[in-house]
Design a binder for this molecule. Structure first.
Ligand SMILES: [Ca+2]
Ligand SMILES: [Ca+2]
Ligand SMILES: [Ca+2]
Length: 478
């Protein structure tokens, strides 16, 4: 069994898991939906099984397998939604039925479950499925959730998850219920095949459709983790960012939206999605600007955190608020910085920051304050040997490292596309970090290294490719 943690961001349609049957996905329409899967504990590789599929009709009655089971919650019912039970085995009325996605089938099926309000805070309402109450969720867990959302996070003892997330990313919508609180619907989600899910933001709930809960809400799975565990609180911060992002920009590209949700995990302090980051550092081949079905949370967390640390909270708020998408949104905001920054430069600096993680060097742009990174996997650059490397398009990275004595040596780089690649050469020694070269030009470049020769010096060469085409580079140390 592969345990998967999944963050699901669903836009107008929905996504489905193809699980090796990607060809079958073509029957459905995804629109700009995005679904991301992440196998817990072994994040590498499996993300690719998630596939965008067409589900254009889902969310309407017509697409349901069994329309007869549906109960249309008209707006007249909304005032009664969210009952608090007054005994241990409350009667489930229509008002206590909540729409969910049954993710044990693909495409996910709209169904209803019986759930009751078990806790109300200033900014959050906790609703628990009847069969889950007393099984995987109890009063203490609900109390802990209210505390975490309303009052304190590991990052800030004075601000809860709600304030930390909205303070950085912006405000959530309040479309239907005139209630500014976020509803957490906790239940035990069945997995699909060998995959399980942690939670999702269901865009249907932000529509007026007959399968909408017409609430600002997040769906959280309590089957694998306690709802008040650091891990699931981190997931709640991640999903909450998607709800906030939805309020500002409904069609942002998955990778950028997910990078912000990963940043939400970092800034609330419950966790930093360590398994994904570690996975990427051990195999940094996944690209930054990947398609929605192949995003890698590790590199997205690094990117989102880097943006925040280098450019500040105002930049993040502006980015989420900007209706332009992807690099089309990032570049104008970067150009407005003093001095202006090119997106490619930023990726080049990020690559070296990942390699060195030295926030004390220069202005801190080559390190992370919030993260302590394992060493990224790098190709060994031995003296006298030539390395030919391809750098993937759409934000591919490559890392090279040498522990050779640099006395009398030069690094030779050869590429026909220097102006497109963002290359950084640096040494890391007991005397500290030193940037040796950046912004290289010319087809062949010699970088003399004798001045950098010192005992224990490590040479780093990092390359990032911000373009839409694969690039190649040749390296030689001699
Ligand atoms: Ca609301
Ligand atoms: Ca947009
Ligand atoms: Ca945008």
């Amino acid at each position: 069994m592969t345990t998967i943690k999944a963050f699901i961001f669903l836009a107008s349609g929905l996504l489905a898991v193809a699980c090796g049957e990607e060809g079958d996905g073509g029957d459905w329409t995804a629109g700009d939906a995005g679904l991301d899967g992440s196998p817990d504990g072994r994040p590498d590789g499996d993300a690719g099984v998630w596939t965008d599929v067409d589900a254009g009709d889902l969310g309407s009655d017509a697409a349901l397998d069994d329309g007869s089971e549906m109960i249309d919650q008209g707006s007249e019912d909304q005032g009664d939604l969210g009952d608090t039970p007054d005994d241990s085995d409350p009667i489930c009325t229509d008002d206590d039925l909540w729409w969910i996605w049954n993710l044990s089938v693909m495409p996910p099926r709209n169904e209803q479950i019986c759930a009751f309000v078990r806790g109300e805070g200033e900014r959050v309402v906790v609703v628990v499925e009847q069969s889950t109450w007393g099984h995987t969720v109890d009063e203490q867990a609900v109390a802990n959730l209210l505390e975490a959302w309303d009052h304190a996070t590991p990052a800030d003892p004075e601000r809860g998850l709600y304030q930390v997330v909205t303070g950085l990313f912006g405000q959530p919508p309040d479309t239907f219920d005139d209630d500014p609180r976020i509803y957490l619907l906790l239940y035990e989600m069945e997995g699909y095949g060998e995959y399980t899910f942690d939670g999702y933001f269901r865009v249907d709930d932000q529509s007026a459709s007959s399968v909408s809960n017409r609430r600002e809400m997040l769906h959280i799975n309590t089957l694998e983790y306690d709802p008040d565990s650091d891990y699931l609180l981190s997931v709640q911060a991640h999903e909450f960012q998607h709800l906030v992002h939805w309020n500002h920009d409904r069609d942002e590209e998955s990778w950028l939206n997910e990078a912000m949700s990963e940043l939400a995990m970092v800034v609330t302090g419950f966790g930093t999605d360590e398994a994904w980051v570690s996975s990427w550092l051990h195999d940094p081949s996944a690209t930054l600007m990947a398609d929605s079905y192949s995003v890698h949370y590790g590199v997205l967390l690094l990117f989102g955190t880097y943006l925040y640390e280098r450019l500040g909270a105002g930049f993040i708020a502006d980015l989420v608020a900007d209706e332009a998408n992807g690099i089309g949104s990032l570049q104008p905001l970067l150009s407005a910085q003093q001095p202006a920054i090119q997106f490619g430069e930023l990726l080049g600096d990020l690559a070296l920051a990942i390699a060195l993680d030295d926030p004390d060097y220069l202005d801190g742009r080559f390190g992370f304050d919030s993260l302590e990174l394992d060493r990224v996997k790098a190709s060994n650059l031995a003296a006298g040997t030539t390395i030919d490397a391809n750098i993937s398009a759409h934000g591919g990275f490559a890392f090279f490292r040498s522990i050779e004595d640099l006395s009398g040596r030069s690094l030779w780089l050869e590429s026909s596309s220097y102006s497109d690649l963002a290359i950084r050469v640096a040494v890391d020694s007991s005397g500290g970090t030193e940037l040796v070269a950046e912004e290289l030009a010319g087809e062949t470049v010699e970088i003399p290294l004798s001045d950098q020769a010192a005992s224990g010096t490590i040479l780093w060469v990092t390359v990032a490719n911000p373009t839409t085409q694969q690039k190649s580079i040749r390296l030689r140390l001699e």
